[in-house]
Design a protein around this ligand. Structure first.
Ligand code: ATP
Length: 453
């Protein structure tokens, strides 16, 4: 097999559109800047990413519980959290090309002139001094717009967790160390959104606040760094495309006493995939002060009381989905024919099994439909009878379907089918009755990317 071409963002964008993973939003109206809609396979893929995150936290452990909090919260919450005053990015304008850039990410910006340059790169660039620009999305509640009606769309899901912390102590009798996790939409008026679904103004976050006794904060911080790196590699991300980067003191968010980013090597370079922060007792202390409520843990037996410290792994569901797509994208040649293949971890693949009759006659479609129906009980299945079998395999490879079941003339005689593997291309003959167990077993096997060689 010839060496694959490097993955570019253009190839990912084009595959996503061609195969219905992700579309530019409102395209028939000319699009709206960096908003995207997920199509069928995109929904299935992102759902699998989120399901694996829930699974790792809720099913595989017994110290994390779930929450789904509202997007619109009391505006005082954003005062207390520091977002109204401090959730800003430094903005610079170029007086020459009239474009805007993030002063701390000039190297990612593209100057408005052609051939395009980095802002500030030539003597013609005339950049203003940086001004801080607040990223909060403001709206009003109710029909009348007055000062009292201003509210904000949440810029992170985390604050909803702090606002509900008391409920978990009171009603669920949780005792630190324990975590509260949630997945949901967040909104940021980003200065320079871009790079497809990497940075958008509306996006989904997967965040967990892990509450610990103050003297255990460092050990849990390290625990979560390990756990989160392992989550990505366990789902097939190549370890040499992941790295940890500790924030410098001047980069830390207003709430953080220590943050490390998990970075992925995107086609645009190393970029943050997830941030893991030691938030100390900043948030609970602030909300206690602003709300007048006690937000502390009290051990009724020993009388011990403390404000827990918080370790926060904060990931983006869209950004993770993009990383999984980039890591999976591959091209090769089979018998002289070019193939695009998504080498996704089978647990993430939008469709697990394709069921294909070899020909559209002789009872094969009927038997294939029967197999499809039985597999649907357990897996996301797709039936396809249109076109040459090679073309149909190719279509499934392109959306990352790990296995294809083919019904042929022999199937009608002995109720066996072939089971084709997307990566090894091996085809095994197997009894229809054994298919479900075989696929279940394959899904449970550890998997690593064939791109590692
Ligand atoms: P960046 O430095 O890229 O702006 P951040 O440090 O502000 O990100 P966090 O506030 O730590 O990001 O948010 C946690 C995660 O949410 C990020 O690691 C990223 O995966 C995701 N995320 C943040 N902003 C966006 C966005 N505008 N679009 C898509 N995902 C985002």
């Amino acid at each position: 097999m010839p060496a694959a071409e490097p993955v570019t963002m253009d190839k990912i964008v084009s595959l996503c559109k061609r195969r219905g993973f992700v579309f530019p939003s409102s395209e028939i109206y000319g699009g709206v800047g960096s908003s995207y809609d997920y199509g069928h396979y995109g929904v299935l893929l992102k759902n699998n990413v989120k399901a694996q995150w829930w699974r790792a936290l809720l099913q595989e452990r017994d110290d994390v519980v779930a929450l789904d909090s509202a997007i619109i919260q009391h505006p005082r919450a954003w005062e207390a959290s520091g977002h109204l005053a401090g959730f800003t990015d430094p903005l610079v304008d170029c007086r020459t090309c009239k474009k805007r850039f993030r002063a701390d990410k000039l190297e990612d910006g593209e100057c408005g002139r052609k051939p395009s340059k980095r802002p500030g790169e030539t003597s013609e660039c005339d950049l203003t001094d940086p001004r801080n620009f607040n990223l909060m999305f403001q709206t009003t509640i109710g029909p009348v717009q007055d000062a009292g009606s201003t509210v904000y769309l949440r810029p992170e899901t985390a604050q909803g967790i702090f606002l509900n912390f008391k409920h978990y102590l009171q009603f669920s009798r949780k005792k630190p160390p324990f975590g509260i996790a949630q997945i949901g939409k967040s909104f940021r008026n980003e200065i320079t959104p871009g790079n497809f679904i990497f940075r958008t103004r509306e996006f989904e976050q997967m965040e967990m606040e892990f509450f610990v006794p103050p003297d255990q904060a460092q050990q849990w911080f390290e625990h979560w760094l390990d756990q989160r790196i392992n989550w990505y590699t366990g789902l097939g991300i190549r370890p040499d495309h992941l790295r940890l980067r500790a924030h410098e003191a001047d980069e830390l968010s207003h709430y953080s006493s220590g943050t490390s980013d998990i970075e992925y090597r995107f086609p645009i370079g190393w970029q943050e995939l997830e941030g893991i922060a030691n938030r100390g007792d900043f948030d609970l202390t602030q909300h206690a002060q602003f709300s007048g409520q006690k937000l502390e843990y009290v051990d009724t037996a020993s009388g011990e009381r403390y404000i827990p410290h918080v370790i926060e792994p904060a990931a983006g569901a869209d950004r993770a989905t993009l990383a999984f797509l980039v890591d999976a994208y591959d091209e090769d040649e089979i018998e002289g024919e070019h193939r695009t293949v998504l080498r996704l971890h089978p647990l993430l693949a939008p469709v697990k099994v394709a069921v294909l009759p070899l020909v559209r006659k002789d009872g094969q479609p009927e038997l294939a439909r029967e197999v499809e129906r039985s597999l649907r009980e357990s897996f996301q299945v797709e039936y396809d009878e249109g076109g040459a079998i090679g073309r149909r395999y190719r279509r499934q490879d392109e959306i990352g379907t790990p296995w294809a079941v083919t019904v042929d003339h022999q199937s009608l005689e002995d109720r066996t089918v072939t089971l084709r593997d997307r990566d090894s291309l091996a085809q095994e003959r197997i009894a229809i009755d054994a298919l479900e167990a075989e696929i279940t077993q394959r899904l449970r096997r550890p998997w690593s990317s064939p791109k590692l060689g």
